[in-house]
Each structure stands twice: as C-alpha cells, then as structure tokens.
Design a protein around this ligand. Sequence first.
Ligand code: ASC
Length: 150
Amino acid sequence: MKRTLAAAAVLAALMPFAAQAQFAKPEDAIKYRQSSFSLLGAHFGRIGAMVNGRIPYDAKIAGENAALVATLSKLPGAAFPAGSEAGGTPPTRAKAEIWKDTAKFQAAYDKMVTETAKLPAAAGDAGTLKTAFGAAAATCKACHDDFRRD
Ligand code: ASC
C-alpha cells in the first residue's frame, strides 16, 4: 500500500500533464469539464451578482467565492482529450477548433486561470473586485466566443 502510494506520488510528480489519463472514456471527460464549468460559473456568478449590485457586497462571501473560483478554474483544462469533441454523447458545445488550434485554446484557458487567480486578493474591496471580475469575465467570454458553440 505504502509502496503503491509512493509510486503514485512519483508518477504524479513526473507526469504533471497526465491528468487526462484519468478519463477512461470521452464522455467521462465531457461530464467532468461540464461539471467543473458549472461550479465555476455558479461561484463566479455570485461574485458577479455582488459587483453588479444584485446582492449586497460582503467581503467574506466574496472571498469564499473567489477562492473557489480560483481553484475551480484549474479543473476543466485537463478534460479536453482528443475524441471528446461534439458529435458523441453526452452533447457538448466544445468546438473542433479546440483540437485544431490547441496552442490558442491553451493560451485562452491559461488567461482565464491567471485572471481568476487574482480574485481572492481583490475580494476585500468592492471596487478592486469589480475590476478584477471584469477582467476575468472577459477571459471567459473570449474563450466562449472562439471555442464554444452558441
Ligand atoms: C459569468 C459566467 C461566465 C462569464 C461570461 C462572461 O458570470 O458564468 O461564463 O461570466 O458570461 O462573459
């Protein structure tokens, strides 16, 4: 058991980009990324509601949601293995461009991770949070425009 764990730790350290190996089937990857985007959107949306005045600003709640967003943003990126594009089941809005221009997709994704990572530090001040939220939302939109079907 101990040896298995040690071997797993070594493998994990050596293969930081092997996360997609966790998906036995394309549909598992699709479900994983859709679930993580759904949670990401839910917590990002709570910050959005605050900075857009739909609910009162609360630094503690903003901070909690920002921390979740910063963590959740890191999840879906590893869940776009080849073969998980649209056309199979479950339905996905992922465009073929993701696999045609992987570098562009990765760069757009990385921008989102970078901007959402700034939210926790920004959450303590309503004005700062609004600016950081806007920058992060722009990275969401950029990726949706290029890589997600309507
Ligand atoms: C959100 C959310 C997104 C982004 C995007 C920004 O609140 O869930 O996906 O903002 O709509 O344009």
